[in-house]
Write a protein that binds this ligand. Structure first.
Ligand code: C2O
Ligand code: CU
Length: 485
């Protein structure tokens, strides 16, 4: 395998044998036992990470050197359900990276988590991902190394899996929400501040949708619009609401749910943390009027999109247009094995564990290959994903069996909300102790301070990380993993 440690002198390398062995890719027992099913790609493409320019501060202001795949900010791939995607990732950055297809159920070896499922792809390197796209919906992809730095600078793309069974909308728009931390000269401000990383996270001051301050769209009066809204920010939690139109929530994280009128949700909004996506169905009002979509969380409402009604739809429809039910493994909630995990501020033990001095080159190489920050602020059940000079992966939070059903309670003991994501699965969100969530499938669920949320899923084979998607929280410890054999 390639890893940063390979750059070290042979003596240092041998001397650190014990430390390094903890960093080699853990063998997946199931992977070895079964011959891999033949994968014949139906679509092949390349995604090259690199720099590009975007005018984020305004047309007359200096541009920002952001990161993007293939030079296209938030590049959108639209592929039919059933596609067998072979994506070659080329790392044009000057540091290691990987590609993670967020929310996609897939073989573990293509999950893109450095150390756990694959070696880090060094600068100039490449890695081929073979991904079956079985679930329709709104997904995205992003790096899984130095995410605060890489995704924070814009490295992410949208993956839309289309389904022939989808209802026909009169218009469809993709809205990618992301904030940027910029100085007046267009350069990035530090993407993480220690004081913020240990709290709600470091916020960007320049808010954008699809890289612009806001967008103005049109749709026929009385027509039906599908909005795919993605929170690809590193930090911000948003309350998405719609004014002057009829709107239904029709999918969460890509997965259809029984349409819920937005007005019937608590406060008439859907609260969405980093990495979460929703599909909304908006029925347009009469000609000449407009619908606006915004984030109502701050006192200072951010209206990011306006939909103007223009012309007329031929045949107005009634009621919501439901998406086809997601075809997912349904957990048996009665027979499921139960777990409970608590999200915490890091315990002293985790923070104080010492290894090598931080200026030791080996310590630096170890941090690089784990793709983590230097400090631990957070943990799950008193374990923190290694940061700083801590060298060993923690033991798995749970050992599970392939095909079995599990119910996992996630308790938030901290003072901040955390959007918690499990790789490689779509889970059934069963309940919230604050009683604020309709039952739905998702890959990321927001857990409020003091809240307990229960999810259930059928375990898929492999080593899957389970982490907060506020990127600084994840990189300062709030990540663990499940081993499913
Ligand atoms: Cu969106 Cu661990 O990822
Ligand atoms: Cu968090």
């Amino acid at each position: 395998m390639t890893m940063s440690g390979a750059r070290l002198s042979r003596r240092a390398f041998l001397g650190a044998g014990a430390a390094l062995s903890a960093l080699t890719v853990l063998p997946s027992r199931t992977g070895q036992a079964k011959a891999p099913a033949p994968f014949v790609p139906t679509r092949t493409l390349t995604l090259k990470a690199g720099e590009t320019e975007l005018k984020l501060l305004g047309p007359d202001k200096p541009a920002t050197r952001i990161l993007a795949y293939d030079g296209t900010p938030f590049q959108t791939l639209r592929l039919p359900r059933g596609t067998k995607l072979e994506a070659t990732f080329e790392n044009g950055l000057d540091e290691g990276s990987t590609l993670h297809f967020h929310g996609i159920r897939m073989p573990n070896e293509f999950d893109g988590v450095p150390t756990l499922t694959q070696p880090l792809v060094e600068a100039g390197g490449r890695f081929v991902y073979r991904i079956p796209l079985d679930d329709p919906g709104t997904f995205f992809f992003h790096p899984h190394c130095d995410e605060t730095g890489q995704a924070g600078k814009g490295l992410a793309g949208v993956l839309i899996v289309e389904d022939r069974r989808d209802p026909k909308f009169d218009a469809e728009h993709v809205l990618c929400l992301k904030d940027w931390r910029l100085a007046d000269d267009g350069n990035f401000l530090p993407l993480s501040e220690p004081d913020s990383a240990s709290k709600a996270g470091t916020f960007g001051g320049t808010r954008t949708v699809n890289g612009a301050p806001s967008v103005e769209l049109t749709a026929p009066a009385g027509g039906d619009v599908r909005l795919r809204i993605l929170n690809i920010d590193a930090t911000r939690i948003m309350d998405i609401g719609v004014s002057h139109g009829e709107a239904w929530l029709i999918a969460v994280d890509g997965h259809a749910l029984k349409p819920v009128r937005l007005d019937d949700l608590k406060d008439g909004i859907w609260r969405m943390g980093p990495a979460q996506r929703i599909d909304l169905h908006v029925r347009m009002p009469a000609d000449g009027s407009a619908v606006s979509i915004g984030d109502y969380r701050a006192a200072d409402i951010y209206q990011f999109a306006t939909l103007k009604a223009e012309g007329r739809v031929a045949k107005p429809r009634k009621g919501p247009l439901a998406l086809p039910a997601a075809d997912l493994p349904r957990p048996d909630v009665k027979k499921a094995t139960r777990y409970s995990f608590t999200l915490q501020q890091a315990t002293d033990a985790a923070v104080k564990e010492t290894g090598l001095p931080p200026d030791d080159p080996l310590a630096k190489a170890l941090i690089d290959s784990l793709c983590v920050g230097e400090t631990t602020y957070w943990g799950i059940d008193r374990e923190s994903w290694p940061t700083g000079e801590r060298r060993h992966l923690p033991p798995p939070l749970a050992g599970m069996m392939e095909g079995r059903s599990y119910r996992v309670e996630i308790r938030n003991e901290t003072r901040f909300p955390h959007p918690v994501h499990l790789h490689g699965h779509a889970f059934d969100v069963l309940s919230s102790s604050l009683d604020r969530l309709p039952r739905h499938y998702a890959d990321t669920v927001l857990v409020q301070p003091g809240e307990a949320v229960e999810i259930a899923f059928v375990a898929a084979p492999g080593d899957w990380v389970f982490h907060c998607h506020i990127l600084e929280h994840m990189e300062t410890g709030m990540m663990g993993w499940f081993r499913v054999v």
